[in-house]
Design a protein. Structure first.
Length: 320
């Protein structure tokens, strides 16, 4: 896989500084039962990286010590970590909102029976990737048979109350473009998704989040191989909007990798760009127990233009 970090200029993007810490986004493991083209984590079935039990215990301490509102669990497939359920239960008992970045097919994997029921019982918000409501498009991006299993997972979640009107169980879908283009307007695409999924499959959901593909990891490598990297970067630059800067996810989120190291966002984690806010060159989870982060600088490179292009992009969808 081609390294795109040397292609990302560190001088052009406007300087950013941290606001109050609101969200811990924790990458529990790179192991996944899928291998998707757009995955910036390069996750897959053969990856073995996984957060240790000692770090999970330290994460419990950080959750108890910090007034964070949200614990955002990602991977890979975060549910494949053996401590996933214990961590969720600990955070929910502390009154923290938990988001599970779920690929839907994990719900039907052998050994994960009862996972959907557990998520519903803990009122975990589910953010599920579904790049299209078309079987061919989804299977092309995520693998043969993924669409059918994703629909089955959505139906299972609907039966438990997820995405239903007036239900506290939040089910959000995530859209990534299939190639080097910006996502279409989120509101219109959400209406399209809701219409098709209800009419064709009887499925309902809460909201659709559109996310711009990052020119890093697997997707960035593909762009380089196809000679499209520079054109895609120019597209992101040409659509830069300064109005998106105040709402950028990195200002209130800390990304934690499976080793416990800290980053300003999940994308910087994949580029191995540590947070420039603490005393050490490689700040660690244990330092969050005592160090304030507000007003410190954020590590930026050209890939940050992906979050500021057009409507803006974050793990929660568009910014405006």
């Amino acid at each position: 896989m081609r390294d795109t970090l040397p292609l990302l200029n560190k001088l052009d993007f406007p300087p950013l500084h941290r606001a109050a810490l609101d969200t811990l986004q924790v990458n529990l493991t790179y192991r996944c039962n899928q291998r998707c083209l757009h995955c910036h984590v390069n996750a897959g079935p053969t990856r073995t990286e996984s957060m240790s039990d000692d770090l999970i215990a330290l994460l419990h301490q950080v959750i108890d010590a910090h007034p964070v509102a949200t614990l955002d669990l990602t991977g890979g497939a975060p549910e494949m970590h053996p401590q996933f359920r214990a961590l969720v239960s600990h955070a929910r008992a502390a009154g923290i909102r938990v988001i599970d970045r779920c690929n839907l097919t994990i719900l039907s994997e052998p050994g994960y029976e009862g996972l959907a029921e557990f998520l519903a019982a803990e009122q975990v918000a589910i953010s599920a990737s579904l790049p299209c409501y078309s079987r061919d498009n989804v299977d092309r991006q995520r693998g043969d048979g993924v669409f059918e299993r994703s629909i089955a997972g959505l139906r299972q979640l609907n039966r438990l109350g997820y995405g239903q009107p007036d239900s506290p169980l939040e089910l959000n879908l995530v859209y990534n473009p299939q190639g080097p283009s910006l996502p279409p307007p989120q509101q219109a695409l959400e209406a399209d998704y809701k219409s098709h999924l209800l009419e064709d499959f009887g499925i309902v959901f809460s909201h659709l989040h559109t996310i711009t593909n990052q020119p890093i990891a697997r997707f960035g490598s593909t762009l380089v191989s196809r000679g499209q990297f520079n054109d895609y970067m120019q597209l992101l630059r040409d659509n830069f909007s300064a109005d998106n800067l105040p709402g950028l996810m990195c200002r209130g989120t800390v990304s934690v990798d499976w080793r416990g190291y800290l980053y300003d966002c999940d994308f910087n984690q994949m580029l191995d760009l540590p947070m420039p806010v603490l005393a050490s060159d490689r700040p660690h989870l244990r330092e969050l127990l005592s160090q304030p982060l507000q007003d410190h600088p954020i590590a930026t490179r050209d890939h940050c233009f992906a979050c500021t292009a057009g409507q803006g992009s974050s793990c929660g969808g568009t910014l405006n």
